[in-house]
Ligand binder design. Structure first.
Ligand SMILES: NC(=O)c1ccc[n+]([C@@H]2O[C@H](COP(=O)([O-])OP(=O)(O)OC[C@H]3O[C@@H](n4cnc5c(N)ncnc54)[C@H](OP(=O)(O)O)[C@@H]3O)[C@@H](O)[C@H]2O)c1
Length: 298
């Protein structure tokens, strides 16, 4: 009963105390087959980096991507089992080089995410958060599958955010947004990722596609994008590795994982807390068409 009340508070669930409370029920250690391979987008910092380093510790060969050459190369130098490929997730034409380079993967973590201060679009006219976190990840996954670089049964994890619980999907702002607000756009993109989970399940029937949200973790991204929140929450945020725990568990668990579902702290959770985020399927269908169209146009 007490746990239910604390979980409903959100604050005492997404924060460090929530992790420490939920962790008491975790009963599986990570375990990965020898010579398995993972690709993590946005592995140069925060949660993605923590996941990459833990996978390496577990004997997995890891490729990370990111835009920051200095951080990526420094990691590559420090960890012989880690490869770095510099890549912006909004620059879709760069994906082929990575796809050609990797050996067939067992795990794909779609983690890259940031909050640009100003509205901007990529070459295809798509707003940068949508272009990188939604379209980019979708296109990259398709390219990997087409090239036979994502094994049958491979696990794909989308890293979304609890911020989406406050946002209903709004696809009007994908190409134009005169009232751009970075946090609102971020929540919208994360809502889009979660809304499309059933679609991804159908698009990638040979793989297991899930999403997770990490709660609130202390990362360079949080410090930079929402410094007031980081300051207020000082001492109450999860570590990057605690934020990455459900990613690592979803990749490694022997329990039955259902494709198309959202997870938090190793449990399947609802994508909605509030009625106003449950909109008609029209927006979702249109978004699916937009994604498929970008694939054809590439
Ligand atoms: N920390 C939290 O409390 C929290 C909460 C909810 C959700 N999340 C999600 O967790 C994921 C990781 O966030 P984090 O907190 O660890 O942030 P972070 O420390 O800023 O790490 C973000 C990573 O994404 C990469 N990235 C960002 N934009 C990119 C782009 N356009 N192209 C390629 N790489 C890009 C960054 O690499 P470069 O800088 O090298 O490009 C970096 O490696 C994100 O999807 C975020 O939305 C985090």
């Amino acid at each position: 009963m007490w746990n239910k009340i604390l979980d409903a508070s959100i604050f005492w669930s997404f924060d460090l105390s929530g992790y420490l409370r939920h962790e008491k029920d975790f009963n599986e250690a990570y375990s990965f087959p020898k010579e398995s391979r993972a690709l993590i987008t946005g592995g140069t910092s925060g949660i993605g980096q923590a996941a990459a380093l833990e996978l390496i510790k577990q004997g997995v060969q890891v490729t990370i991507t990111g835009r920051n050459l200095i951080r990526g190369e420094a990691l590559e130098k420090s960890y012989p089992d880690l490869k770095f490929k510099q890549m912006d997730m909004a620059e879709w034409s760069d994906f082929d080089a990575l796809v050609n380079q990797v050996d067939p993967l067992d795990y794909l973590v779609l983690n890259a995410g940031g909050m640009p201060e100003k509205f901007n679009t990529n070459k295809q006219g798509v707003e940068l958060q949508f272009a990188s976190q939604l379209f980019g990840h979708y296109i990259l996954t398709h390219k990997l599958v087409r090239a036979g670089k994502l094994k049958s049964g491979a696990r794909i994890v989308w890293v979304t955010s609890g911020g989406m619980y406050l946002k209903a999907l709004d696809i009007k702002t994908i190409f134009k947004n005169q009232k751009y607000n970075k946090v609102d756009t971020y929540a919208n993109v994360k809502r889009a990722q979660v809304t499309l989970l059933p679609f991804f399940k159908k698009e990638f029937p040979d793989q297991i596609v899930t999403a997770m949200h990490p709660g609130w973790a202390a990362t360079p991204g949080v410090d930079e994008a929402i410094p007031e929140f980081a300051k207020k929450m000082s001492g109450r945020l999860r570590t990057p590795l605690q934020g990455a725990d459900t990613i690592l568990w979803l990749l490694s668990t022997k329990k039955k994982i259902e494709s198309g579902e959202l997870y938090f702290d190793r449990k399947k959770v609802s994508p909605h807390f509030f009625w106003f985020t449950k909109k008609s399927s029209t927006q979702s269908n249109k978004l699916q068409e937009l994604l498929k169209k970008q694939l054809i146009d590439l």
